[in-house]
Design a protein around this ligand. Structure first.
Ligand code: DQA
Length: 138
């Protein structure tokens, strides 16, 4: 099984940015743990701060991979273009958030992507990614 994780803007700074919200682990460290946990799954990782590059990655993997886990960061709340890309591809997509966006500012309560996704997982710290991957095994 091939799973692609896509992280959007500012998520390259995990472990450095707003640690009280996002924790002190880098994504690279967490990814190593994930790969050890899911030994039978090939997990690829891509991060970009650029909206169009996230769309290009969705197009690239979205007709061959078994699942995509996307944390589009703030683009979650704004990007019709990423929503359209998710609708355009065949691979099921799970939207994830590290923080519980529903406990935070009101502008984070809206997702442009969620209605085109298979499901949404938010609020479990980095484990949101693990739970999303688990969901592809159900
Ligand atoms: C986030 C929540 C978003 O509102 C925010 O813009 C992020 C991270 C999360 O993982 O909790 O960059 O997607």
């Amino acid at each position: 099984m091939n799973i692609q994780i896509i992280n959007g803007p500012n998520l390259n700074l995990l472990g450095v940015r707003e640690k009280s919200i996002y924790g002190s682990a880098s994504f690279e460290d967490y990814l190593t743990e994930l790969q050890k946990h899911f030994t039978n799954i090939s997990i690829s990782y891509y991060q970009s701060n650029v909206e169009g590059e996230l769309i290009n990655k969705l197009h690239e993997v979205g007709f061959s991979y078994d699942g995509i886990v996307i944390n589009a960061g703030a683009y979650t709340h704004t990007s019709i273009a990423i929503a359209d890309a998710i609708a355009a591809i065949n691979t099921p997509v799970i939207e994830v958030h590290i923080s519980n966006v529903y406990k935070r500012e009101e502008f984070r309560h809206t997702s442009m992507l969620a209605s085109n996704c298979k499901g949404v997982i938010a609020g479990f710290g980095m484990h949101s990614y693990r739970l999303a991957i688990e969901s592809f095994l159900i």
